[in-house]
Design a protein around this ligand. Structure first.
Ligand SMILES: Cc1ncc(COP(=O)(O)O)c(C=O)c1O
Length: 388
């Protein structure tokens, strides 16, 4: 079965009572036993639920994976993957990683006796020098937030195999439509399904996909023990959104490229970060490991932090809000939103100056998006040279 058919047909039999075409919502905490000798396949929703099972089958199929476990959020999914570590283990984490993952590794893991080192993963060959006897896992992601840099997934997976450590890759920004990390040698793929997978900004969720049976057994044990599971309705909503992933992603990519090209030619814009632009430092790698360049575009205004705020507050079609991956276009201003807890010095070290704007380009008409950007840039005073 090909990609676009999978979310519509995998794991969704016609309902046995009425042949409903869409799977009913199994909003039930518990399921009856026919007799004491006849344990139902699904008996309690913290352990499994029919809506969750269908969603898991679809996400596994889209990632070319054997197993999927759905979680209550992307963070719960990441914690699920990290729960494979034990006291005394060492984790190598990419320094360019989602802030929530950094917080988890920085604040929570040390309490459980897990040591973390954050390193650049731009040069896969350099990773070995940071590995120790007790290194058990590598976690990274690409494209990164907000600079949309790429890591060479296959090369990092190969290094990890040589070192005998598990790899965890967060595929949220690309979605399975643009990138399948398991095919590149990754052991465990995590998603915030809140973003492109559900696609409509109406549900929070996460998922972990793997081909490794031992990892899967440990994840099931962890999720039923901790109870970080999604509700039946959240799974139903996520699957409803997921059915249109391929058409949405095509439009996200087309619109984002048009927006990036427009921004690149604008005098009030000093830099544009989009992996689909030849000017992007990882353009060649993007062509190699992705099937499209995604819906995220980051840029710097040619001016001050105040100018960036004027732009962020000056759009009408783009909405000023956290998150990404929904059908609607959103603007994020990292210094006051996603990266607000960092100091300005820490942000600058991560390539986040006060002039930086992050766009999640939606699937609206691209001319409306470009006109909106044009009128918001017009509110910024023209400047001869960039300054911060
Ligand atoms: C790359 C990435 N991973 C994980 C998460 C966490 O997902 P959630 O908000 O669903 O917990 C996010 C949230 O923005 C994200 O951008």
């Amino acid at each position: 079965m090909r990609f676009a058919t999978k979310p519509i047909r995998v794991g969704q039999e016609l309902d046995s009572d009425h042949r409903a075409v869409i799977q009913p919502l199994y909003q039930s905490a518990t399921f009856g036993w026919a007799s004491l000798n006849d344990v139902p396949k699904i008996d309690y929703t913290r352990c499994q639920n029919p809506n969750r099972l269908s969603l898991e089958q679809v996400i596994a199929a889209l990632e070319n994976g054997k197993h999927c476990t759905a979680f209550a959020s992307g963070m719960a999914a990441i914690m699920g993957a990290l729960s494979l570590l034990e006291a005394g283990d060492h984790l190598l984490m990419a320094s360019d990683i989602y802030g929530g993952t950094f917080r988890l590794a920085d604040k929570l893991l040390p309490k459980y006796g897990i040591e973390v080192t954050d390193i650049s993963m731009k040069d896969p060959a350099s990773i070995a020098q940071y590995a120790k006897e007790n290194t058990k896992m590598i976690i990274f992601e690409a494209p990164t937030n907000p600079n949309l840099r790429l890591m060479d997934i296959k090369a990092i997976a190969e290094q990890a195999k040589k070192l005998g450590v598990l790899t965890v890759f967060d595929n949220t920004f690309a979605s399975p439509y643009l990138q399948n990390p398991l095919d590149l040698g990754i052991d465990i793929v995590v998603h915030s399904t809140t973003k492109y997978i559900s696609g409509h900004s109406d549900v929070i969720g996460g998922a972990v996909v793997t081909n490794n049976d031992d990892v899967q057994n440990a994840l099931i044990e962890y999720s039923k023990t901790v109870g970080s599971v999604p509700s039946p309705f959240d799974c139903w909503l996520t699957l409803r959104g997921l059915k249109t992933l391929s058409v949405r992603m095509k439009q996200h990519c087309e619109n984002a490229l048009a927006v990036a090209q427009y921004l690149e030619g604008h005098p009030k814009v000093s830099k544009v970060y989009y992996p689909g632009l030849e000017s992007h430092p990882d353009y060649e790698l993007a062509k190699k490991q992705m099937t499209g360049f995604g819906g995220m575009v980051t840029f710097e205004v040619n001016g001050t932090g105040e100018d960036a705020c004027t732009f962020a507050e000056g759009c009408n079609v783009f909405l000023l809000a956290e998150s990404l991956g929904g059908v609607e276009s959103l603007i994020g201003y990292p210094p006051l939103m996603s990266h607000a807890t960092m100091t300005e010095e820490q942000r600058l070290a991560k390539g986040i100056p006060p002039t930086l704007i992050r766009l999640s380009v939606g699937i609206e008409d691209k001319d409306d998006l470009i006109e909106d950007i044009e009128q918001a840039l017009a509110k910024i005073p023209a400047r001869a040279t960039a300054s911060v």
